[in-house]
Design a protein around this ligand. Structure first.
Ligand SMILES: Cc1cc2nc3c(=O)[nH]c(=O)nc-3n(C[C@H](O)[C@H](O)[C@H](O)COP(=O)(O)OP(=O)(O)OC[C@H]3O[C@@H](n4cnc5c(N)ncnc54)[C@H](O)[C@@H]3O)c2cc1C
Length: 403
């Protein structure tokens, strides 16, 4: 009987295991994860869970009984420290497990603030896992002023939670605008205005120089523009890096993540990689995506390939972010855009349509699920949308889908 071993217990691992069973895989499935919890959703950690509006059991992707029922063996709270590709074995603690197919679903880790500027201080937090969210949550009750480093989606979502909890919030972004790495200036302007309207102070184009304090706790932040701020705690959202350590030590090929081919195989054909930790072929190069939809789609495809399907992965990128009452939905990849068209259908609903050489490549839709849905279908089918039609709030976008 074939043995599949999955290292990691996040979204990709859970989707892969479930898909193997739903496709009729009868061999053994073991999942080994560093965290103590069965697979859970990460997005609420910077949204509803952090806000205290979601319970722990709703965070879990499946009830524990699912894994029993499906004969999926969970080894929780165990870190795999070594892969031996020759013997087809992995090691965790004192245990050794053999595999026919090994899947690396190792996820990513948050970048930390360097120790020289205070990254080791006890009241400096990142938000990656449940333990992070649980140690951060009490701070919202006992503090007045939070400093957020980084104006990406995690930083902005944390800022929204803190503002909703009534804290004084200051967000500092090193680049000249928030969301610069991922979105057009129009989207940055939209979210800047939203946060400012909720009392968040946004400082762009400045750096944190140093956190200072007493007894291992930061209470003053000094910035590159010479200003300083009294703070009670700090949330750092300055990006993530893919986890590749055990893959690299096993001699697997690494680029921006564990390199896989279109099927999801690493440089060793018995070892696969899925989700945040891997980099896959895309157009003329490689791509690594950090999103739940990608983790699910790629993991499900790899499950089928383990069972012999031999289907190439074609990503259909989409993503979302919740801040206050605004739901942002993103479809496509905006890399290389040269034009952005604004569509505003009401005060609350606006979308930004990204074009490259007159072709629609991505859309950011704020509280506009209809624009998002039409754009997603257009982009996935390789179609475009006339810019004058998109800009006209009266125009019926659904008509575009019939062309
Ligand atoms: C706060 C937050 C908010 C987010 N919001 C959104 C959102 O709104 N929309 C969206 O699409 N995406 C969002 N994401 C991203 C999304 O959660 C990730 O892309 C997704 O979880 C990736 O799944 P994964 O299985 O690849 O990795 P992960 O979910 O990171 O799981 C990897 C697991 O592997 C474990 N592991 C690593 N190394 C080992 C080892 N050696 N041995 C054993 N176990 C190991 C890790 O501890 C971890 O539990 C968010 C992420 C975070 C942190």
């Amino acid at each position: 009987m074939k043995k599949v071993v999955i290292v990691g217990g996040g979204q990709a691992a859970a989707s892969l295991a479930a898909k193997l069973r739903s496709e009729g895989f009868e061999g053994s499935i073991a999942m080994i994860c560093k965290e103590e919890h069965p697979p859970y959703q990460r997005p609420p950690l910077s949204k509803k869970y952090l806000l205290g509006e979601m319970s722990l059991d709703r965070l879990y992707l499946r009830p524990l009984s699912f894994y029993d029922d499906q004969n999926i063996t969970l080894h929780l709270g165990k870190a795999v420290h070594r892969i031996d590709p020759k013997k087809k074995q992995i090691m965790f603690g004192e245990d050794i497990l053999g595999y026919d197919d090994l899947v690396l679903a190792l996820g990513s880790e948050p970048r930390q603030l360097p120790v020289q500027i205070g990254g080791q201080l006890r009241n400096v937090f990142t938000v990656r896992d449940l333990a992070d969210a649980d140690s951060l949550a009490p701070k919202f009750n006992e503090s007045k002023h939070v400093l957020i480093i980084g104006g990406g989606y995690i930083g902005l979502e944390a800022a929204a939670v803190a503002a909703q909890r009534g804290l004084n919030v200051t967000l500092v972004e090193m680049a000249d605008r928030i969301l610069k790495r991922v979105a057009a200036p129009q989207t940055s302007d939209y979210f800047r205005a939203l946060h400012i309207s909720r009392g968040v102070a946004i400082k762009e184009g400045i750096n944190l120089e140093k956190l200072t304090g007493n007894g291992g706790v930061a209470n003053v932040a000094k910035f590159s523009d010479g200003t300083a701020l009294q703070i009670d705690f700090v949330i750092v959202g300055v990006g993530i890096f893919p986890v590749t350590d055990i893959a690299a030590e096993a001699g697997l090929s690494i680029s921006d993540g564990i390199t896989v081919n279109a099927l999801g195989q690493t440089s060793d054909p018995s070892i696969w990689a899925v989700g945040d930790c891997c980099s896959f072929p895309y157009k003329d190069g490689e791509l690594r995506l950090e999103s739940v939809p990608h983790a699910i789609d790629q993991a499900e495809l790899v499950a089928q390939n383990i069972m012999g399907a031999k289907v190439d992965y074609v990503p259909k990128p989409w993503f979302w972010s919740d801040q206050y009452e605004v739901k942002l939905q993103i479809t496509g990849l905006n890399t290389g855009f040269d034009e952005v068209i604004t569509r505003k259908t009401s005060d609350a609903s606006v979308s930004f349509w990204y074009y490259k050489s007159n072709h629609l490549i991505a859309v950011d839709a704020m509280n506009d699920p209809r624009a998002y849905m039409v754009a997603k279908r257009l982009i996935e089918s390789g179609k475009t949308a006339d810019v004058s039609l998109v800009a006209d709030p009266e125009a019926d976008l659904k008509g575009l889908l019939k062309v």
